[in-house]
Design a protein around this ligand. Structure first.
Ligand code: HAM
Length: 434
């Protein structure tokens, strides 16, 4: 008998890796809670029409990648229903928003989700047929401010905070505006015309896209096509006044909040529901599948699937890709404790335990040393496990001023006990990260 294996593109997640998955989900839930998001759990399969109408019949996801089947009819008179494993969660969230009349409250709905999605893509590193997304959506009536550029900027600022708290350093935020639905139609036509003389020099996929869906030419990764794509008209030149003003307000708010970004004129995204702001966060460590997450505004999605006007904005992070990125970062720089508390002499052990308790209760990761060690041994042990050593001798105990040495910078600082937790919570410099 042949041995059975997990289906191509699916994987088992085993310990210790599952601990990392749990850590990511815990950090995400805590950040979402601070921004006042609540959790939504929608079904893993939906009526196929939801994705056809919501994500768009012409997209790669709907036309090529969905797991769709005809469900058995309950009675002979009934037509079998076409069902699909969800390839993404935004359409399902908006369906639930409509079905439960969530717009009736008059407030913005701020919903997040964590769960499996399914796409029949060619598997490779960072790309699977079953993968997990952590996403969030802000949606509501226009009277609740759902169209405001401040919502876009707040979502992006939240993502920057979330990635920082996960310890993912070195990300790049790419943003663009795809304008209104009318802007997009206009731009598609501009591109179509511009591509007539150029397409024959491009890859076969682009030759096809130039006719069927010119916008998708901008997604092409073939190196020889890049110089040609760089000469194409930009969507920014097809935007109406209102979309231009909206985008300017988003970037102004990001500037004010100090969130770094780069304008990427080619970022048009592969789902049809986007309007105005689109964005992706990429990470260099991921290779070809470098998008950690993607998202944007979808002001017409609710109406496209039969609901009321309910503008929204959201994103989904590829959890599998967050895990890959963190594994690579942590292999290069293993996580260290925030501090190693070193008592100078056994008589100071009880006071050191009290200090470690104080710091741990403030949320810090702390190693507690041993007063019986010689100072050199304490320093060696601390350097292996923590970013800083806090020395607790008789003088420090009496004066309440502690000596802290940072291993990355080799600097020594005197810190009053009341300020110690805040001092130690400051981000790592150089060596290791939290
Ligand atoms: P998406 O760009 O199709 O957007 O997917 C978002 C993220 O999911 C990607 O950036 C990637 O990290 C991850 N992802 C996608 N496909 C795979 C795969 N086959 N294997 C592993 N990871 C994958 C959406 O799904 C939209 N619903 C996002 C959104 C929410 N827009 C507005 N609200």
């Amino acid at each position: 008998m042949t041995t059975l294996k997990a289906v191509r593109g699916t994987r088992d997640l085993l310990p210790p890796e599952t601990a990392l998955w749990n850590r990511i989900e815990t950090v995400a839930r805590s950040v979402f809670a601070r921004y006042n998001f609540g959790e939504i759990r929608t079904p893993v399969f939906e009526d196929t029409a939801l994705f056809a109408r919501g994500v768009g019949e012409e997209t790669d996801i709907v036309s090529k990648e969905m797991y769709t089947w005809e469900d058995r009819a309950r009675a002979q008179s009934e037509k079998p229903q076409s069902l699909t494993l969800r390839p993404e969660n935004t359409a399902g969230v908006v369906r639930a928003y409509i079905e439960h009349n969530l717009g009736q409250t008059g407030e913005l709905q701020k919903l997040y989700y964590i769960g499996p999605q399914f796409r029949r893509e060619r598997p490779q590193k960072g790309r699977y047929r079953q993968f997990s997304q952590i996403g969030a959506e802000v949606i509501g009536p226009a009277s609740a401010g759902s169209e405001s550029p401040l919502r876009d900027a707040e979502v992006l600022e939240m993502l920057a905070t979330l990635l920082d708290e996960l310890g993912i350093t070195g990300w790049t935020l790419h943003i663009n505006s795809v304008g209104s639905a009318a802007d997009r139609v206009r731009y598609n036509e501009t591109l179509r015309e511009a591509l007539v003389p150029l397409a024959p020099k491009m890859c076969v996929d682009c030759q096809r896209r130039a006719v069927t869906n010119p916008l998708r030419v901008l997604d092409c990764k073939v190196p020889e096509d890049q110089p040609i794509i760089d000469t194409l008209p930009r969507i920014a030149d097809s935007l109406d006044e209102a979309s231009l003003a909206h985008f300017a307000a988003v970037t102004a708010a990001l500037d004010a909040a100090g969130v770094p970004y780069t304008r990427n004129h080619r970022l048009v995204r592969g789902l049809d529901y986007y309007t105005r702001t689109t964005f992706e966060f990429t990470h260099g460590g991921l290779g070809a599948q470098n998008a950690l997450l993607g998202g944007g505004r979808y002001d017409g999605l609710s109406e496209a699937i039969g609901g009321p006007k309910a503008p929204g904005i959201g994103f989904a992070m590829g959890e599998d890709r967050l895990v890959l990125t963190l594994q690579a970062l942590e292999a290069a720089a293993p996580p260290r404790a925030d501090a190693y508390v070193a008592p100078l002499g056994e008589s100071l052990n009880p006071a050191a335990l009290a200090l470690a308790r104080e710091l741990r209760r403030a949320g810090l990761t702390v190693e507690l040393g041993e007063g019986g060690f010689r100072l050199k041994k304490s320093f060696d042990a601390a350097d292996k496990t923590a970013r800083r050593i806090v020395i607790l001798g008789e003088d420090e105990l009496q004066s309440g001023i502690l000596t802290v040495k940072d291993f990355a910078t080799s600097t020594q600082t005197k810190v009053p006990r009341a300020e110690l937790a805040a001092f130690l919570a400051a981000p790592a410099e150089g060596k290791g990260h939290k």
